[in-house]
Design a protein around this ligand. Sequence first.
Ligand code: MN
Ligand code: MN
Length: 455
Amino acid sequence: METNLWKKYADKRDELENFCSGYKDFISTCKTERECIKRAIIEAEKAGFRSLRELIKNGEKIKAGDKVYSVNMNKSMILFVVGKQPIENGINILGAHIDSPRLDLKATPLYESGDFCMFDTHYYGGIKKYQWTALPLALHGVVVKKDGSTIEVNIGENENDPVFCISDLLPHLDRKAEAKYKEVNGEDLNILAGTISDEKAKKDKIKSNILGILKEKGIENDDFFSAEIEVVPAGRARDLGLDKSMVLGYGQDDRVCAYTSLKAILEAEAPEYSAMCLLVDKEEIGSIGATGMHSQYFENALAEIMNIAGQYTELALRRAMTNSAMLSSDVTAAVDPNFTAPFNLATDAHLGKGLSLNKYTGSGGKSGANDANPEFIGQIRKILDDADVVYQATEMGRVDEGGGGTIAYLMAKYGMNVIDAGVPVISMHAPWEVTSKVDIYEAYRGYVAFLKSVR
Ligand code: MN
Ligand code: MN
């Protein structure tokens, strides 16, 4: 609590701002899983990482110091740096998720209602629905045509782009509902898409006009079925506060840890143990599916990597997973100055106090938690202290107040040591989330130290 992390950076503000401006740009332009992966591939190739698929196709082998990346369905990814020690001795793993709460367009989203054409949505992840009304929204995603071609959609981010919006009732006519304003129904999160009629159309004139505009972009009504269009807050991440100490941005859960983890692996050079960064999808809805942490993708990709390193046997793969250690790099809730009630001020995370380590998450008596082992935490303390990284030992909220989960338990099932280590966030899952620049930078420094560490 006493640690004033800003004091540490008083003479190094430029270093901090430089890192955070890269971060702000990342979350301003990468607002979907696919956009994060696309950017990560560009940065990885710049840093000397080579595609696992290409290496396999060309029958090439890899050795200590080599860097490899693997992409799964454009929505999850592994970056790997081969260590000096055999891979079966264990890997230092950073794992973050790149999906964030949002609204998804339905498979048949367009309809006409009164004077409007609307987009119907189904929300993704845990949101407070009322927060998503009456603010500018953008559409990001892809439409896949029957011939396999893909049309990228990104509307609402450029100054001249239109934006989208979910309407909300004026307070004058909302007296009855005001007291329970939080009860906006998921089904009512419909987006205003347009109001002009196509006079030549026989029915649904406004929808017909919107379909005409979409057709110019190559998109037909039926194409929405094979599309993945995410509705996200429009606009860039910004400095927050007169002292510019914080970042206000969309999707910081968990792209703040994804970015810092990615940056850490990109600069890993010939580490003692192999180093890995996992960027995964679907954490916000239970990590299920081919691109979530529940899938076999991690094991399969690791087997391929060990194979081209000439180190694959079934036993070596099992040992590699068991001997690995992981920082589950996911955000945690920081004490909110406006809503302190659900927090324990002594044991919860505070903004600006450094990398937050949650020994366990879960809720209601640690249910569903990965409870990290003290032997492992002892090692982590030494790694962070030796690297002069400031961290805080935290929980998420008062006991029995609620709770949360991460991908930690899904990696722990392999028998490896895992602890949650991430950036504290205020207004988590809101359209605009708050982080502190010192925490972001300290997390990155902690991840760098961890990837280099020898256990
Ligand atoms: Mn998260
Ligand atoms: Mn979350």
